[in-house]
Design a protein. Structure first.
Length: 140
């Protein structure tokens, strides 16, 4: 597939899966044995990836993702994203705070045969947790 086609798959994940909350699209866009690498752990296969995404989406309302930059070369797509939302559901044991957040995330996708084989998600967790009020900023 071309770099532009690979970028379109990345855009579809952000739009269809995350913003429109269509977890069934995971089966169309990800390989059956795909791995999503995150700072917390790896998620393998459609079911684990959908469970991970559902936990995240259930924790936030008004969730949006803005693509700030996206570059593709060969089978790899790199993106700098801005995620925004309201924390009004439990996330990893953190009770809802009602706080709004906005943070940067870096994402790298590797595609095979038109589907995501691997996805590395690298969010700015420190800024995110500070905005939720879970972690104090230095000097506070």
């Amino acid at each position: 597939m071309s770099s532009e086609e690979n970028k379109e798959i990345a855009h579809r994940i952000l739009r269809d899966v995350l913003e429109q909350r269509n977890l069934d699209a995971v089966e169309e866009l990800y390989a059956a044995d795909a791995v999503e690498h995150s700072p917390m752990r790896d998620f393998r296969g459609h079911e684990e990836i959908k469970e991970s995404l559902a936990e995240t989406l259930d924790a936030f309302s008004d969730y949006t993702v803005t693509v700030e930059d996206m570059i593709a070369e060969g089978d790899t797509v790199a993106a700098r994203l801005t995620e925004r939302g309201v924390h009004d559901g439990e996330l990893m044991g953190i009770e809802p705070t009602g706080n709004e957040f906005e943070h940067q995330t870096m994402a790298f996708l590797r595609l095979e045969d038109g589907k995501v084989a691997e996805w590395w998600v690298l969010p700015d967790n420190l800024s995110f947790l500070q905005q939720l009020g879970v972690v104090e900023s230095p000097g506070e």
